[in-house]
Ligand binder design. Structure first.
Ligand SMILES: [Zn+2]
Length: 270
């Protein structure tokens, strides 16, 4: 019961769309936790001095179990970094073929990250996952420590035992590396990341010297390169809805697999 209260409280804190409220709620939760003898789950921050392997292949295994009611938070990559260094890929259509951006105020990657993240949460909720979406609202937040930023909200959620997934589309060829999960490295690797790697493939945990989000406990999912048939089907209004559904279904199924594999007392697969 205590665990349940904790997870619910955690979720209310990190998924609320009003940042001021989120800060208050977080304070309230920390007070609540101080009154509990056990406190939050004991997560051991990772030792970053581990030897760093090289290459593009998956070099980790996600073994950390989660309860079935695990609070899952989904973020859209680059949602608060527009007009800054890391605003995301324009996609092949805009970047090479001269198409009009889906929304002139943001990159096409963010446009699809937002819709994909929202669709994952919609379908995940319908499947019974304890899953929420967070959007910082502001499209340019220079200070990543701003309490409203993706990184702040995501790392707080991870710190309290939740799972955080940030959605991305990779740059078009030859720049991007393609589909795959870049696992959060702050704590023990998660079974959810392992399950996502089975579907999408896995990047090395130290990809590009270990990115900011994974260091903060946020896993990054590259759906695929934003190019070719995938991008055409997203841009075509006739196939957009079905494409988003198909992508979101794959993600939700993987999350469900990861929870089923690791749920304590639940079904296990040997
Ligand atoms: Zn991205």
């Amino acid at each position: 019961m205590r665990k349940l209260i904790f997870l619910l409280a955690t979720f209310l804190i990190t998924a609320t769309p009003t940042p001021a409220g989120a800060v208050d709620a977080r304070k309230g939760l920390l007070e609540l936790l101080e009154n509990l003898q056990e406190g939050p789950p004991t997560l051991q921050p990772r030792d970053f001095s581990l030897p760093v392997p090289t290459g593009r292949t998956k070099n980790w295994r996600g073994t950390r179990n989660h309860p079935r009611e695990l609070a899952i938070l989904v973020l859209a990559g680059h949602a608060d970094s527009q007009r800054l260094g890391g605003s995301g890929t324009p996609g092949e259509a805009v970047g090479i073929k001269g198409a009009t951006p889906m929304d002139p105020t943001i990159t096409d990657e963010l446009y699809w990250n937002l819709l994909t993240a929202q669709r994952i949460v919609k379908i995940g909720s319908e499947r019974g996952l304890n899953i929420r979406y967070y959007d910082p609202g502001l499209r340019t937040i220079r200070n990543t420590n701003n309490p409203r930023s993706n990184w702040s909200v995501g790392s707080a959620h991870a710190e309290l035992g939740g799972y955080v997934l940030e959605i991305h589309y990779d740059a078009y060829s030859p720049h991007g590396s393609g589909a795959g999960i870049i696992p959060a490295v702050r704590y023990e690797f998660s079974r959810l990341d392992e399950a996502l790697a089975e579907v999408f493939g896995g990047y090395p945990y130290n990809y590009r010297g270990m990115l900011g989000a994974p260091r903060r406990g946020i896993s990054m999912l590259e759906i695929d390169r934003l190019e070719g048939v995938l991008e055409r089907n997203l841009r075509d209004p006739l196939s957009r809805d079905a494409s988003l559904n198909a992508i979101a279904e794959r993600v939700v199924q993987a999350l469900q697999n990861g929870l089923a594999d690791g749920a304590s007392g639940g079904a296990t697969r040997n």
